[in-house]
Design a binder for this molecule. Structure first.
Ligand SMILES: NC(=O)C1=CN([C@@H]2O[C@H](COP(=O)(O)OP(=O)(O)OC[C@H]3O[C@@H](n4cnc5c(N)ncnc54)[C@H](O)[C@@H]3O)[C@@H](O)[C@H]2O)C=CC1
Ligand SMILES: O=C([O-])C1=[NH+]CCC1
Length: 300
């Protein structure tokens, strides 16, 4: 008989999901994904349904981890919101199936999963690619991803200075108050990134907010927003100067405006670096273009 379906709400996910478990499990999942071995993991490129009337998209992200026998899908709606909008820009739900019977075993709120998973993968990119003595950490954008990135980056690394910039100063100030540590609120993106060693872009922008001429040579950029083929967060100068890493080559070719429109070649997937089939070059300026693959694991 099929098990009873459980519903796992936001608070419960928050209590259960910890970066200390998430980071190593995501490293394993990214490595498996990059092997492209369908005996291990089946994870097609996200399909998207445009919601033109609402300036948004529904993304469907299924995955089957064969050995672990985990069958899941995330469904995520994401929107381009006007400045001042109070509506959420991302909402998601994760379904866990019984792979043998096909019934849904669990419905999980995806808000915290998305916030923590995305930030944890960016932290993995920084572990692999940021300069050896990284002192200044900058966040462009001051929403939900900004906060999860702040938490995992300051827990994982020791920076001397953390800076934030957002298009509305009051959002940056709210962010700085919510952060558990000193944050310098900057008046412009250029001021925020000047001399920064690690930069995270977590904005809802569809035009570049980060320009290569501002970026210190050797810095690492984790670019998390701009997940549509015609959206940008980074300009061509930065994309062409940097060595470019992605979570999924196929995903980047289909969805990453920063990669597609700049015409650059992707150097490696993070999973290829983790598997040792590509070297990481932390001495170079590096960009990790994140789109969000699903990476599932069984909670112990
Ligand atoms: N790569 C991935 O796996 C994921 C990517 N995302 C993307 O990350 C981005 C941030 O997500 P959230 O923090 O949840 O959104 P949010 O709405 O909570 O925060 C977005 C921030 O970007 C700023 N912003 C919006 N438009 C801007 C513009 N044109 N120029 C400069 N700043 C602008 C907002 O003022 C706000 O500070 C979104 O683009 C979202 O689609 C979200 C989840 C996963
Ligand atoms: O993986 C994810 O949840 C998303 N990627 C782009 C917007 C939301």
């Amino acid at each position: 008989m099929a098990e009873q379906m459980v519903i796992i709400g936001n608070h419960e996910v928050q209590v259960l999901l910890h970066y200390k478990d998430l980071i190593p499990r995501l490293e394993v999942a990214l490595g498996k994904f990059s092997k492209r071995d369908s005996a291990e993991i089946i994870q097609p490129v996200r399909s998207t349904v445009p919601l033109q009337r609402y300036n948004g998209f529904l993304g469907l992200m299924p995955a089957y981890l064969v050995h672990e026998d985990i069958l899941c899908t995330k469904m995520v709606c994401f929107y381009k919101r006007d400045s001042g909008s109070t509506l959420p820009s991302t909402q998601s739900t994760v379904l866990l199936f019984d792979p043998e019977h096909g019934n849904v075993k669990a419905v999980m709120d995806g808000e915290v999963i998305t916030a923590k998973r995305t930030a944890a993968v960016s932290a993995i990119s920084a572990k692999l690619l940021m300069p050896a003595r990284a002192e200044v950490f900058t966040i462009l954008g001051a929403g939900q991803q900004a906060l999860s990135h702040y938490i995992v980056f300051t827990e994982t690394f020791s920076f001397k200075e953390v800076r934030v910039w957002s298009r509305r100063r009051e959002s940056s100030e709210r962010f700085a108050q919510a952060a558990h540590g000193p944050v310098r609120v900057c008046g412009s993106a250029e001021e925020a990134v000047n001399g920064a060693d690690v930069i995270v872009t977590v904005t809802g922008a569809s035009e570049p907010v980060l320009f290569g001429q501002w970026v210190k040579p050797g810095a690492h950029v984790a670019a998390v927003g701009a997940c549509r083929p015609d959206w940008r967060e980074l300009d061509d100068v930065l994309m062409r100067e940097a060595e470019v890493y992605v979570d999924s080559r196929e995903g980047a070719g289909a969805e990453a405006g920063d990669v597609i429109l700049s015409g650059v070649q992707v150097y490696a997937e993070l999973g290829e670096v983790l598997n040792g089939t590509r070297s990481a070059h932390r001495e170079k300026t590096t960009v990790f273009k994140s789109l969000g693959t699903v990476s599932y694991f069984r909670h112990q």
